[in-house]
Design a protein around this ligand. Sequence first.
Ligand code: F0G
Length: 457
Amino acid sequence: MKTIIEPFRIKAVEAIKITNREERVRLIEEVGLNPFLLRGEDVMIDLLTDSGTSAMSSEGWAALMRGDESYAGARSWYRFKEAVQEVFGFEHVIPTHQGRAAERILFGIMVKPGHFVPNNTHFDTTRANIEFRGGEAVDLPCPEAKQPDLIAPFKGNMDLEALRALIERVGVAQIPLIMVTITNNSGGGQPVSMANIRGISEIARAHGVPFYIDACRFAENAWFIKQREPGYADRSVPSIVAEIFSYADGCTMSAKKDAFANMGGFLCTRDAQLAEEERNLLILTEGFPTYGGLSGRDLDAIAVGLREILAEDYLNYRAASTAYVVNHLTALGVPMVLPAGGHAVYIDARRFLPHVAPMQYPGWSLAVELYKEGGVRGVEIGTVMFGLNPHTGEEAPGPWDLVRLAIPRRVYTQSHMDYVVEVVAAVWARRAEIRGLKIKSAPRFLRHFTATFEPLT
Ligand code: F0G
């Protein structure tokens, strides 16, 4: 059969409140045109994030009941640790309440003022945590990443020449670690090839610099390697995952993505001394090293999710359902980041609204219109998110202006996605009348979460 079905049945459902346009215009105006500030119940299809929004399986829910809430040394901890070690192959596992807590602990030890941390593209919390330490987060995406509609298999790759040039320019002593983000979320959800990961690792090892992977969507990345990279078609997903992490010295992970968990994360390393320092920091702000800010039941849910996510039927459906939306929108002429990535579809707002200048926030403007049109909530990845230098206060256009529609795992059906396509098509039809915005108020760090906006007159 050519139809790829959802490889699961639905056992529990959650009602969606249906709103009309007039209500939505009022609701979004009440929150200063910032979709982050809406009440979740006022959103019909919530594509703000795929983080912590997944549907757990019956096995995941059953695991919650097995949660052992002992403060120290709970059985849940050992099940969690064994799952992480089995999948990723790192000896030391530090549980955290989510990904950014792992980042904060890692950078808190490694990054000093004046340091540079290269990455294919830093996600916003990763960048902010480096900048907060006085370091500079350097994005080194491959040249193909800069052409949104170019079809290439691994547009998430890092530019290895640019990495070598950075090391040459700033000196290896100023680079405490090299990171790569799989898949490259801020760069359109595009995968990174095994060859590129191996290449980064070789450069890192040659210079004695630790190499870390931001592992949030590791299973989706492994699936794309299996589909697209010569030599991997017959390899199992777990063995591809094992190879990816064999090249790294450690990883940060948000279990809210490719572990189906609603909360959780971890930090891994092979370095015993570093792990001890990390555990000491963990105790200060997260919790004892055998729970790190999580309850026992969370640890158990993650242990189940980490193994479930590796199922090929699931990954095949996941990639197909994202491609379904991208293909339909592309057929309508909507400018998209191509090819389809794993967890989200990205609309190229600069080309969608060419009459809105980057400093008038076309991505934000489009996200607001999608909400008004159909109650669909997406997120701008562009000038609001990346355009402000928090140290100097200077503003400049971001590298691109995208609207990301992130697809929660196993949550929405194909008819929900048909509806999303219809909403985007309706906004596309009246795009000429859509105007830009200006910022009314905003903080310096991570301003997109709380900024308020008003329409340009
Ligand atoms: N790294 C990447 C690549 C991410 O996408 C995220 C979160 C994090 C780190 C931080 O993890 O949220 O558990 O602290 N991304 C979410 C998103 C928020 O919507 O893309 P966290």
